[in-house]
Every structure is written in C-alpha cells, then in structure tokens.
Design a protein around this ligand. Structure first.
Ligand code: NAG
Ligand code: NAG
Ligand code: NAG
Ligand code: NAG
Ligand code: NAG
Length: 415
C-alpha cells in the first residue's frame, strides 16, 4: 500500500511539474498572442538616443517596481529593431493575421534609411529642448517641477495609443486635427461596420475633437486610480512621444483668424464679447455672432492681443488652449519628446515621423490645401498692434520661442 501511495504522489507531482513547464513554455512562445488580450499592447520600441533616466525610479517602492516589471513584460515582447525577423507569411496565415490583427505584422521594413538631414534636424531640435530646459535664463512657471507635481488636469493634451506605443501632445492650431485623426485611426477606436476606419479625412471634424474619441493621460485616474501616475511614467519611458509646434506669433494670428474672423458662436460668447466690452467701448455688444457679423462688429487683432496681455484674463481662467503656450500644454521639460515636428516643415516631418513610428503603411498624413497662415504676413498683422504691446507679447511667449528654436522676431519688436 505504501508503494502505491508513493507512486500516486509521484504521478501527481510529476503532472504538476509538467503543467508548470507547459505554462512557462507557452508564455515564451505565445508572447505575441498574449498581448492581444491585455489592455496594454506593445509599442514598437524605437531606440531613444540618450536614455534619459528620470530620478523617480530610485524612489519607487518595491511593490510599484513589481508592477513596473509586470507592465514591462507586456511592453517589451521584442526589441522592435528594424532587423527583427519578419514572419514568413503564407496566404493562409496572412488571412488569419488579418482576422486576429497582430500589430507587428503591419510594420513596414524600409530598405533605404531616413535622410541624414532629417535625422540631424530632429537631433538638433531635441538637443535644443534639453539645453533650454537646463538653461536658467529660460524662465517660466512650472519649469522646475517634477512630473509628479503636474496636476492631473494639465495632462489632458497627451493622447495615448497603446496599440503602437505612441503618445501625442496636441497643440491646437498646429495641424492638430490631422494628427488627432491619425491617432484615432491608429488606435482603431472608430469602426465602420466592424472594420477600423483607415482614411483620416473621412473622420468628421466634430468627432475628431470630441474628447471621448481620445484616451488622454488625465483619464488615467478614472481607470487606474492611485497607480495612474506610475503607469504614466512607465508609458512615458517606453513609448514614442511627439508634438508639433509652429512660430508662436503666427499661431496667434491663426487662432485669431479661425476663432474671430469666422463665425463661431462659442468663441464669440466666451471671448469676443469680453474683448468688445473691455477694449472696444461696447458696453452691450451684439447678443449673437450672427448679429455681430450682420452689423460688421468683431474684435480686432489688436483687441485680441490686448486681451492676452490683460492680467485680468489669466485671473479669470487659464488661457484657452488655442492660445495657451506650448510649454503649458505639453510640459517639454518634464517629458522627453522623441520627435519635435514643426508646422513650417510639416510634410517632411510627418513623413519622417510616421516612418519612425513604423505606421507609414497604415496611415498617410493628409496634405492640406487650406490657405495656411503664413509667417510672411506677420508684419502686416502686427502693424496695428503698438510696439510696446508686441514686446509684452513676446515676453509672454518667449519660452515657446526659445524652447523650440524660433528666432526672436526682431523686425516686429524693434521699431
Ligand atoms: C490554405 O491552405 C490549404 C491547405 O494547406 C489549401 O488547400 C488552401 O488552398 C489554402 N488557402 C489559400 C487561400 O491559399
Ligand atoms: C543660456 O542662454 C543664454 C542666452 O541665450 C546663453 O547666452 C547662455 O550661454 C546659455 N547658457 C548655457 C549654460 O547654455
Ligand atoms: C529653477 O531652478 C534654478 C536652479 O536650480 C533656479 O535658479 C531658478 O530660479 C528656478 N526657476 C524657477 C522658475 O523656480
Ligand atoms: C462625443 O461623443 C459621445 C459619444 O460618442 C457623445 O455622447 C457626445 O455627445 C459627443 N460630444 C460632443 C460634444 O459632440
Ligand atoms: C491666402 O489668403 C491670403 C489673404 O487671406 C491671400 O493674400 C493669399 O493670396 C491666399 N493664398 C492662396 C494660395 O490662396
């Protein structure tokens, strides 16, 4: 009886051991399947030039580093180098792949490298950003704080795509509709008869700007509670982060043209009426934007600048996102952006970026045929603004000029 009992114990232990082996083995070979069912899918890990070690990791309590390790497991199924072996596809397998949708399958392998001048341009922009963040002559509020000290509501411009491992900080008036469209397509949050939408321009405008379409950092709290900040930092470390900027003064002209030269009821009531009352001697401005347009009343560009310079404006509420400084929207000294696009070189930058993200065969950046606000009109626009006000305005936006390498507009400021 003793031996048969021993035998049974052996059989049970042996089976348990085999099951364990199978599980471990399955985890290894099945890694690419596993992440399909997890909320965080792997992003292509693009080699970050100098890995910026943030000090927070050393202070992380041990239970958090466990979570870190757990999350990393899903984030790093492969190295993601362009030399990764491409799975050999038979037509049968590719059908199955379509069906199950394995993101890595769609990565395009380029034979020719990105043009050296484009890479050099990015290097320069990123280096400049780091230098300016370290340079004490560039001063702005919140520059010295750590990422942990940034309030939740100020992280509402960071859109996260877990499927490809991308974080986009959107800056209104800098091609943000088109980049938001691309983020919607990449995240596959918009389905057409069960098939993800693939054409950026087919996404209607109101949907593009509906915040329910985008998973932004400030929504992490709802989903992850007290682990939110930690998870954000893990994603910031692993994902490719990008933003697009443009000349700050030209951005203001563009905002003015778009919000006050065109009929916009919302902006008319929230801002134009205030400007008319305060700076245009109109105690009772027209009640609606249609009435205002009918009698030809709207705030001038100079009124708009006056509004921006008025200390009262910021006291009432923070600048609207269309004219809020990029350093306040995107926290470039806390977030180590991998790619800094300029609207002035939008097409080249978009092509470079989509390639760097390795999604250039999934989406194309829509070419714009709209009449973009051009910097050559800057002098004309500012001709109605007193020189003193222009200099004040420069001070307000100086960090954006310096962080992103836009020259001080001397011809406008030294008159
Ligand atoms: C899939 O494979 C089977 C057998 O391997 C073959 O008979 C069939 O024609 C293949 N289907 C396609 C679409 O190639
Ligand atoms: C900081 O910026 C100023 C003004 O552009 C420049 O003169 C100075 O050399 C910079 N300092 C450092 C440490 O780079
Ligand atoms: C940031 O820190 C530097 C020194 O570390 C200090 O000189 C500077 O005044 C600080 N800036 C702000 C805005 O607090
Ligand atoms: C945004 O989309 C959600 C759901 O798709 C909808 O309920 C909501 O009304 C939309 N908001 C706006 C401002 O259109
Ligand atoms: C764009 O608009 C400006 C004035 O608003 C006009 O002078 C210019 O000719 C336009 N350019 C094009 C290409 O339509």
């Amino acid at each position: 009886m003793g031996t048969s009992r021993m035998f049974r114990i052996f059989v049970v232990l042996g089976s348990a051991f085999m099951i364990l082996l199978i599980i471990i083995y399955w985890d290894d070979v099945g890694a690419s399947h596993l992440y399909l069912h997890t909320p965080v899918s792997p992003g292509p890990k693009i080699p970050h030039p100098p890995p910026q070690q943030r000090p927070h990791t050393s202070r992380t309590p041990s239970f958090l580093s466990d979570i870190d390790a757990f999350v990393n497991q899903f984030l790093e199924p492969g190295t993601g180098e362009p030399t990764d072996p491409v799975p050999v596809e038979t037509s049968n397998q590719s059908e199955k792949a379509e069906e199950r949708y394995i993101p890595r399958r769609e990565w395009k392998i380029h034979v020719t490298p990105v043009a050296a001048e484009l890479r050099e341009r990015q290097e320069q922009r990123r280096r400049l950003l780091q230098e300016m963040c370290a340079n004490d002559s560039v001063v702005f509020r919140g520059k010295n704080r750590s990422f942990d000290d940034i309030p939740n509501k100020e992280l509402d411009h960071l859109i996260v795509d877990d499927r490809h491992g991308i974080i986009y900080c959107y800056v209104p008036k800098v091609a943000c509709s088109n980049w938001k469209r691309i983020m919607i397509i990449l995240s596959e949050s918009l389905l057409h008869d069960g098939v993800p939408e693939r054409d950026p321009l087919s996404i209607p405008r109101d949907l593009v700007h509906n915040s329910s379409m985008h998973f932004t950092f400030n929504k992490f709290w709802k989903r992850y509670g007290k682990f939110a900040k930690h998870l954000m930092k893990v994603k910031l470390k692993k994902y490719t982060k990008f933003l697009f900027v443009r000349d700050p003064f030209v951005r203001l002209i563009s905002a003015y043209r778009n919000k006050f030269e065109m009929r916009n009821e919302d902006f008319y009531r929230r801002f134009a009426q205030v400007m008319l009352r305060r700076y245009a001697n109109q105690p009772t401005p027209p009640a609606s934007v249609d009435e205002a347009f009918a009698v030809g009343v709207h705030p001038t560009f100079s009124h708009f600048i006056q509004y921006l310079l008025d200390p009262q404006t910021e006291k009432e509420m923070p600048f609207n996102e269309h004219w809020r400084q990029v350093y306040r929207l995107c926290h470039p000294c806390q977030i180590d952006y991998d790619f800094v696009g300029h609207l002035e070189t939008a097409e080249e930058d978009a092509e470079h970026l989509l390639r760097q993200l390795r999604v250039d065969n999934v989406v194309e950046f829509p070419t714009s045929n709209r009449n973009l606000t051009s910097s050559s009109w800057e002098a004309d626009w500012f001709s109605t603004v007193p020189v003193e006000a222009r200099r004040e305005l420069y001070k307000l936006y100086e960090p954006d000029f310096r962080l992103f390498g836009y020259d001080r507009p001397d011809s406008i400021l030294n008159e």
